[in-house]
Write a protein that binds this ligand. Structure first.
Ligand SMILES: [Zn+2]
Ligand SMILES: [Zn+2]
Length: 268
C-alpha cells in the first residue's frame, strides 16, 4: 500500500504553521510516500479584494518554487506534488484553466468554500448552507466543478453540514446528488481528517458527517483520506487516520490510496 496525502496547506494561507520543509519531514516520519501540497488557491480577482485565507497571486511563483525545490531535494525519499485547493468560481474558470497549464500545476482539489467568489461578503457555505437556497447552490456548484474535469477529487464534500447543523431531508437529497455525480464522473470524495479532529475537539458533528458517508456507501463512491494539514504535526499522528480507515471499511467503502491526476497539458 502506498500512503498518500494530497491535502496539505502552507503558512501562506495565513492560518497554517510550519515551514514547507517541516511538512515534508513530518510526512516522511508519518510513513507517506506521496505528499501533495494543495494550499488555498490564489485568484486573479477583478476587484481589488484582498483575501485573508489564501496567498495573493503574486506569491504563487514563490510557493511553486519552494515546493519544486523540495521535490528535488527529497527525490527518492518521498514524491512531492504541486497542487492547489480551489473553489469553483465560474467567472474565473477560463483564467484558472490557462493558469494550470502555464504554471504546470500537478493537480487541484475542489474546496467548495464560497458561492461565486469570496470577493462578495458572506458567501461562505460553512455558514450559509443553513439556507435551502445556499445548500442547492453548494450542490450545483460542486457538480458543475466536477464536470469540468479539472479537479482530482472533492475535498470535504459534507462541508455544508457546518452551516446546516441538522441532517434533514434536504441534506440527504444534497448528499445523494453529490455522491451520484461523483460516482458518474469517477471523482473520489475526501474524508477529511482535519474536520474529524475538529468534531472530536468540539464534541460536535459537522463534517465528516456519518449520514453523508452512509449515503456514499450506498452509492458506492471511492473515498480518499485527506489530512488537510495546517500543521506539520497532523502528518505524524495516526489515530484519526486509523479510525477513519476502520470506520469507512466498516461501511463497506473502498479507500483509494493513490489518486489519478488530471493531465492539464491535454487542455492545450
Ligand atoms: Zn485552510
Ligand atoms: Zn477546505
Amino acid at each position: 500500500m502506498k500512503k498518500c496525502n494530497y491535502h496539505t496547506h502552507t503558512y501562506r494561507c495565513m492560518h497554517a504553521c510550519g515551514s514547507d520543509e517541516d511538512y515534508v519531514i513530518s510526512a516522511i516520519k508519518g510513513g507517506y510516500q506521496v505528499l501533495g501540497f494543495s494550499d488555498h488557491a490564489p485568484w486573479n480577482y477583478e476587484s481589488d479584494f484582498v483575501a485573508h485565507m489564501r496567498m495573493p497571486l503574486v506569491q504563487f511563483h514563490e510557493y511553486a518554487g519552494s515546493i519544486r525545490k523540495l521535490k528535488e531535494k527529497y527525490r527518492g525519499q518521498i514524491e512531492i506534488l504541486l497542487g492547489l485547493e480551489c473553489e469553483y468560481y465560474p467567472r474565473y474558470l477560463p483564467w484558472l484553466r490557462q493558469f494550470l497549464i502555464e504554471e504546470q500545476v500537478d493537480y487541484i482539489i475542489l474546496g467548495n468554500h464560497y458561492y461565486e467568489s469570496d470577493e462578495i461578503a458572506n458567501q461562505y457555505y460553512g455558514n450559509r448552507c443553513k439556507e435551502d437556497l445556499y445548500l442547492q447552490r453548494y450542490v450545483e456548484g460542486a457538480i458543475a466543478a466536477m464536470e469540468t474535469g479539472l479537479y482530482a477529487y472533492m475535498a470535504h464534500p459534507d462541508l455544508f453540514m457546518r452551516g446546516r447543523k441538522v441532517f434533514d431531508d434536504q441534506a440527504r437529497e444534497a448528499s445523494r446528488q453529490i455522491c451520484e455525480a461523483a460516482k458518474r464522473l469517477h471523482i473520489p470524495l475526501e474524508y477529511n481528517l482535519e474536520g474529524a479532529a475538529y468534531n472530536a475537539a468540539c464534541q460536535i458533528e459537522e463534517y465528516p458527517h456519518h449520514e453523508f458517508w452512509k449515503i456514499a456507501a450506498e452509492i458506492g463512491n471511492e473515498v480518499v483520506i485527506g489530512v488537510d494539514a495546517h500543521d506539520p504535526a497532523s502528518l505524524e499522528r495516526e489515530d484519526y487516520d486509523r479510525q477513519a480507515r476502520a470506520y469507512l471499511k466498516g461501511l463497506g467503502l473502498s479507500i483509494l490510496e493513490e489518486v489519478s491526476l488530471p493531465d492539464y497539458r491535454l487542455l492545450r
